[in-house]
Design a binder for this molecule. Structure first.
Ligand code: KG4
Ligand code: ZN
Length: 325
């Protein structure tokens, strides 16, 4: 059995986990900084990196003690993300790899999100179409085989998670916006306002645009006011609808017969329900705890890289805007 320690510090969660054979979580810890950043309404980079520095050694120690196994490789998120935050995880992972004399495995954050699906039962089989939706990314990716990705569409402006966060701020709901909009919207009428679904015409391709939707909420609020629950529900309906329209279009264009949805926004209840009930291909969505940033997804992706001879590059440096392919 191969055990990989995974470390995720690209944004505001310090995630550490040991995963066996890329599929089974042996031990995992996540220290969230949500409460610290919430009072600023979003992530403050300098505070994020300091928090990672403060808690990473305790988390690693806790996970190693709980796992009680020999570690075969140490994986860490190499990018994209906040430079200071990435540096903490990567430096720590390299130091551990050196002292244990095992390979260091750099992992792309979005590849980590993809591999969170392999921690669920049943794991997906390649090839598949992936919808990765998070605070920093909204993309459709054709995943031909492990570590070979073709970006089919991405956001032209705001990411979908970012739009949840920004709209939450407009509605005076707490950070992070996704869960608060879901909560507020649960009591609201999702047809109270018909918000636009920008760039969803067939000829618009597979790219996304979310900034117009956010602006539409801003104008609605400014011009007509309205009930927060209704605005939240109506915004969520539009945001999720856009994802469904684009995903359906990508399935048609690529003939994909399997979908993986991952990333923080894949924790959204409406999105999960619609993807699993409306598409006529198998849909793999990781459990809620593995949608938001965590160490296990990085360990799972790191395991696959290790198995494919893609580990051991000590020169790999944190890269804030690292592309996937
Ligand atoms: O993947 P993630 O933890 O971090 C990034 O890689 O960005 O995603 C965080 C994003 C945030 O924008 C948050 O508002 C959103 O995921 N999110 C949600 C939900 N839970 C988290 N968005 C919609 N509905 C949710 N339930
Ligand atoms: Zn993420």
């Amino acid at each position: 059995m191969t055990h990989v320690l995974g470390i995720e510090t690209s944004c505001d969660e310090t995630g550490v986990a040991v995963v066996a054979d890329g599929q089974r979580i042996v031990a995992a810890e996540v220290a969230s900084q949500i409460d610290i950043h919430a009072r600023f309404g979003g992530v403050v980079p300098e505070i994020a990196s300091r928090q990672h520095t403060e808690c990473i050694s305790q988390l690693v120690q806790a996970v190693i003690e709980e796992a009680q196994v020999r570690i075969d490789a140490v994986a860490a998120t190499i990018g994209p993300g906040l430079m200071g935050s990435l540096l903490v995880g990567v430096s720590f992972a390299k130091a551990l790899a050196l002292s244990w004399d095992v390979p260091f495995v750099p992992v792309h954050h979005l590849e980590g999100h993809l591999f969170s699906a392999f921690l669920a039962d049943p794991p997906p089989e390649f090839p598949f179409l992936a919808l990765i939706v998070s605070g920093g990314h909204t993309c459709l990716v054709h995943c031909e085989r492990p570590h070979h990705y073709q970006m089919l569409g991405t956001t032209r402006d705001d990411a979908v998670g970012e739009s949840f966060d920004k709209v939450a701020r407009l509605l005076d709901l707490p950070y992070p916006g996704g869960p608060s909009i879901q909560r507020a919207g649960a009591e609201g009428d999702d047809q109270a306002v018909t918000f636009p679904r920008p760039m969803t015409g067939k000829s618009d391709g597979l790219d996304f645009s979310y900034s117009g939707l956010k602006t539409a909420v801003l104008y609605e609020l400014r011009d007509r006011g309205g009930v927060v629950a209704d605005l939240a529900a109506s915004f969520q309906a539009a945001a999720v609808d856009i994802l469904l329209i684009k995903t359906r279009q990508a399935i048609e264009e690529t003939g994909a017969d399997r979908l993986v949805a991952a990333g923080g926004v894949a924790a959204n209840r409406l999105l999960r329900e619609r993807l699993t009930s409306e598409l006529d291909i198998p849909v793999h969505v990781p459990p809620l705890s593995l949608c938001v940033d965590n160490g296990a997804m990085i360990a799972a992706a790191g395991h696959s890289r290790l198995m494919h001879g893609m580990a051991g590059d000590m020169r790999a440096a944190p890269t804030p805007n690292l592309p996937l392919s």
